[in-house]
Design a protein around this ligand. Structure first.
Ligand code: PLP
Length: 411
């Protein structure tokens, strides 16, 4: 028994609490895609889920989960052993068709996908170039990798190119003997700021310097591009140029717009076959249950059939909320995705803001360090296709009212 660790932990927790950085877990139960209740039965309007299209509560998705549960509530093993359900292969084929790529592999979460892909594909003497604001799961993937990691300034392709050139001078990659590779990894839509990666420039650099390009479309799949296919489609709509072939691997999650749980990676068959053989999170963890996979597959089918309706609603709701907040004087990070960050500054103020909204029956998360830089604490709203105009106006009004009160109090 170690008598010291418990008191060390308590000290650290106390310090987090004193700095308004303590994290706690609230118990919630969703009663619809946009509303949840707490243990006392108090109802909240939720503006912070990743459930962009509201499909977690679509009748067809629920029915698919129920129907697949007759094949067992658990998958019973890794896909390597007994956990290879028909549903998993069906979903992989469906994603490949949707993303227009050769092959797809499902992982148990988006987080595990990044760990499993980055760790398996990169080795000593390789270099990974990673955007400064990439998701934690990419950062952790690069940390367990044996490759060298170079972090470039957020979306700054000049900085990226400068780092690549430096690496080429210092450790000549074209030393064929050690067979080293360069990788560029970026979120498609960045999870905290809601902005979009400069894909055409990344492709240009990846092509010029023979880099493997990996784009994590967790917040982009089902969210951007005119039929919800993600970052590649977003730029195809804009420029007419289809960059599908130029992105080596696209990563995604089943847990956001696709209304379930799990992650996936898709691209050329050789990459997928290699990952099946080498990716430890894929090999050594029990597969998702048939119900979990069937619900994601049904959500994807609904997206394919109704993409115009869902994305029109999502974009319209996003535009309304962004305009109301900006007109109300809030410091909103400009953008076009349904992730709307309102910069508040100090962590304690962001906490207070979030708590006051909660009293008005609205749940919006306060995002504080280390998720965001110091003094960049924020409210982070996410908009859904299933929010009503009334819900958006009610929430914007409450935010603006509280902001005015806080400003008055500080004067
Ligand atoms: C949410 C997210 C993940 C993790 O996905 P989970 O399925 O929740 O584990 C990975 N990458 C990015 C960019 C994300 O936003």
């Amino acid at each position: 028994m170690n008598p010291n660790l418990e008191s060390q932990l308590n000290e650290e927790l106390e310090e987090l609490k004193n700095n308004d950085l303590e994290r706690t877990v609230d118990d919630l139960r969703f009663i619809s895609s946009t509303k949840a209740i707490d243990k006392e039965g108090k109802e909240f309007l939720v503006f912070g889920t990743n459930n962009y299209l509201g499909l977690t509560h679509h009748g067809d998705v629920i029915k698919a989960a129920q129907e697949a549960s007759i094949y067992g509530t658990g998958s019973t093993g890794s896909r390597m052993t007994t956990g290879a359900s028909f549903e998993a292969r069906e979903l992989e084929n469906n994603i490949s068709e949707f993303k227009n790529v050769e092959s797809t592999l499902i992982f148990n979460t988006g987080y595990m996908t990044n760990l499993g892909v980055i760790y398996a594909l990169t080795k000593e003497n390789d270099v990974i170039f990673s955007d400064q604001l990439n998701h934690a799961s990419i950062i952790d993937g690069t940390r367990i990798s044996k490759a060298k990691v170079r972090v470039y300034k957020h979306k700054d392709t000049e900085d990226l190119e400068r780092l690549i050139k430096t690496e080429l001078e210092e450790s000549p990659k074209n030393n064929e003997a050690n067979n080293s590779n360069f990788f560029i990894i970026s979120d498609g839509v960045f999870s905290m700021d809601g902005d979009i990666a400069p894909l055409p420039e990344l492709v240009e650099i990846a092509d010029e310097y023979n880099c493997t390009l990996i784009i994590d479309d967790a917040h982009a799949t089902g969210v951007i591009g005119k039929t919800g296919k993600g970052t590649v489609e977003y730029y195809k709509d804009k420029t007419g140029i289809d960059l599908t072939e130029s992105v080596d691997l696209q990563i995604g999650t089943l847990s956001k717009a696709l209304a379930s749980e799990g992650g996936f990676v898709c691209g050329k068959q050789a990459y997928i076959d290699y990952l099946i053989n080498k990716s430890r999170p894929f090999i050594f963890s029990t597969a998702l249950s048939p119900s979990t996979i069937a619900s994601a597959n049904t959500a994807l089918n609904l997206l394919k059939e109704n993409s115009k309706e869902y994305l029109d609603n999502l974009n319209k709701n996003t535009r309304i909320m962004r305009k109301l907040l900006v007109d109300g004087g809030l410091n909103v990070i400009d953008g076009e995705t349904p992730i709307i960050p309102i910069i508040i500054g100090p962590a304690d103020l962001a906490n207070r803001f979030s708590n006051q909204l909660k009293e008005e029956g609205i749940l919006v998360s306060a995002i504080r360090p280390p998720s965001v830089p110091k003094d960049m604490s924020r409210l982070r709203l996410t908009i859904m296709a299933s929010h009503t105009k009334e819900e958006i106006e009610f929430t914007a009004k409450a935010i603006i009212k509280i902001w005015k009160n806080i400003k008055k109090g500080n004067e």
